[in-house]
Design a protein around this ligand. Structure first.
Ligand code: GSH
Length: 223
């Protein structure tokens, strides 16, 4: 089960990387814009109310974390290729995965949080209205963005180019051209942390990963 949002797209990227064809699985969209992830039926599938999730007759338990989803897909066919086999690279990849899944490094900070009514209303008008009703994102946003810059700097220091040996993605929900040059996201963050700049390695990593066939297949709207 998936949805067209960043963590859910990890499943689609993994499927594309492994060459699993579209007739081998079903996709059920969980529309976060309509807060479908809080629907009791979906909460039975994934009590965290997050996407992605995988259900399969071959599973004793649903898989409800994107990293586990990607690893399960990795095991479906051929050699495992999504996790580096070299121990040092594997541990570095794990550090990146841990960072982007940590509370301080969470992408929700930029996607759903707001510093003020104006920003919140823009997000509501963008389509997140029903979803945002369920969340209390306001108060900590300014601080969360400052903390996020530290995590983004740490991310930059962890990246090993060209692909960082990880498969986690994030984006600003901005329009296609802006997402590739980082300016929108950088300006948004600078309202809380005026000196913040994206590191060179993060920019380079983004450029190389967005040039892959799998990325283009999963995110055709970015081109
Ligand atoms: N740790 C989870 C995070 C998933 C996650 O936060 N997904 C977002 C969409 S990109 C979500 O479902 N958010 C709904 C919510 O937190 O209410 C994973 O990696 O699967």
């Amino acid at each position: 089960m998936a949805s067209k949002v960043h963590w859910a797209q990890v499943s689609h990227l993994a499927l594309a990387e492994k060459g699993v064809s579209e007739n081998e699985y079903d996709v059920k969209d969980v529309d976060l814009f309509a807060a479908d992830n809080f629907n009791p039926e979906y909460l039975k599938v994934n009590p965290n109310g997050t996407v992605p999730s995988i259900t399969s007759p071959s599973l004793d338990k649903n898989i409800i974390e994107s990293v586990d989803v990607a690893r399960w897909i990795d095991g479906l066919k051929g050699e495992r290729t999504l996790v580096p086999s070299d121990a040092a690279a594997k541990s570095r990849a794990q550090a990146i995965i841990d960072l982007v899944h940590s509370y301080d490094g969470r992408t929700d900070t930029v996607l759903f949080n707001s510093r003020n009514d104006e920003e919140m209303n823009a997000k509501r008008n963008f389509g997140f209205k029903d979803y945002l009703e369920h969340k209390q994102f306001y108060k900590e946003t300014d601080e969360a963005l400052k903390i996020w810059t530290r995590e983004l700097e740490r991310l930059d220091s962890l990246l090993v180019l060209p692909y960082a040996q990880a498969h986690a993605m994030w984006g600003a929900g901005s329009d296609t051209t802006q997402i590739h040059n980082f300016d929108t996201l950088e300006k948004l963050i600078q309202k809380s942390a005026s000196n913040f700049k994206f590191g060179e390695k993060t920019r380079e990593w983004w450029a190389s990963i967005t040039a892959t066939d799998s990325f283009k297949k999963v995110f055709p709207q970015l081109y």
